[in-house]
Design a protein around this ligand. Structure first.
Ligand code: SAM
Length: 256
């Protein structure tokens, strides 16, 4: 097993030198964004608007960090909240097995906080009926409104190992404000993951009906945020491995 793990960095470095592979990955990202590829998936029955590669990467991060809290902006149909809650549930189950204890879900502190400006009634009803619901707290409001930020911070009180994911409105100013508000919740060694940085790498006219685009998107917000926040560093090893990801420069590791 240890050999298997130690061989990965060398393989990733070789992949980065493989221009046929890097070119194909870029081409796939461009073509698949236009085809709305990420709108085709479900996690435990709820639509999750993510690329499968990013979902696997998040599972690896959650296993490595073992957070007791995950804060997410952008709920949509709730799939990413259900995903996070289900992996937290598996962490609890694994810990109980390791300790030889019986799992009591009511005793778990691990939870997910989700924020969205518009939690549609049908999505809320489906979430309310989902077996993972007890681990999820949903807050309705703009993620950058003072009141919402205060609610999230209050709900996050007392949690020590925290992972943050930003996936709501993808304009530069909005994501920068979200970074200022929520990235500090990420604990040292954990991450603030900023999705949809790929907008910067798309064609100028890729998003004619959206308020974001080239020069005004999550990646430009990350770059600006990092100029005054040395406590975070871009972890390139994750996108270098995935190649197909919407979060190049978006995996921000808290290093201090
Ligand atoms: C890309 S979707 C989220 C996808 C979800 N994370 C998933 O993986 O399935 C973006 C969401 O951001 C929400 N949103 C847009 N503007 C927002 C704002 N100002 N504050 C909070 N959420 C917002 C939208 O309502 C939408 O549900």
């Amino acid at each position: 097993m240890s050999d298997f793990k130690s061989e990965i960095p060398g393989r990733i470095a070789a992949m980065q030198q493989n221009t046929a592979l890097t070119g194909a990955a870029k081409e796939f990202l461009r073509a698949s964004a236009g085809a709305e590829y990420s709108y085709n998936y479900h996690w435990l029955g709820r639509p999750i608007i993510q690329y499968p590669q990013d979902i696997v990467a998040m599972q690896e991060l959650i296993w490595e960090i073992k957070p007791d809290l995950i804060v997410e902006t952008g709920i949509a149909h709730g799939g990413s909240l259900i995903f996070s809650a289900s992996v937290l549930a598996m962490l609890d189950m694994c810990e109980a097995i390791e300790k030889g204890e019986t799992l009591d879900p009511a005793q778990s502190r691990r939870k997910v906080i989700g924020v969205d400006i518009d939690i549609r009634a049908h999505n809320r009803a489906a979430m309310d009926a989902h077996p993972m619901r007890s681990r999820i707290e949903m807050i309705e409001g703009s993620s950058i409104a003072e009141d919402t930020i205060a609610q999230v911070k209050a709900a996050a009180q007392g949690y020590e190992t925290v992972l943050v994911c930003l996936d709501s409105m993808h304009t530069h100013d909005h994501v920068l404000a979200e970074l200022e508000a929520y990235a500090p919740l990420a604990s040292k060694g954990s991450y603030c993951v900023v999705f949809d940085t790929l907008i910067e790498d798309m064609a100028e006219d890729e998003y004619p009906n959206r308020p974001w685009g080239k020069g005004d998107n999550p990646k430009t917000a990350v770059w600006e945020y990092l100029t005054s926040h040395p406590e975070f560093e871009i972890d390139k090893s994750i996108p270098d491995k995935l190649m197909i990801t919407v979060a190049h420069d978006g995996f921000l590791k808290r290093v201090s």
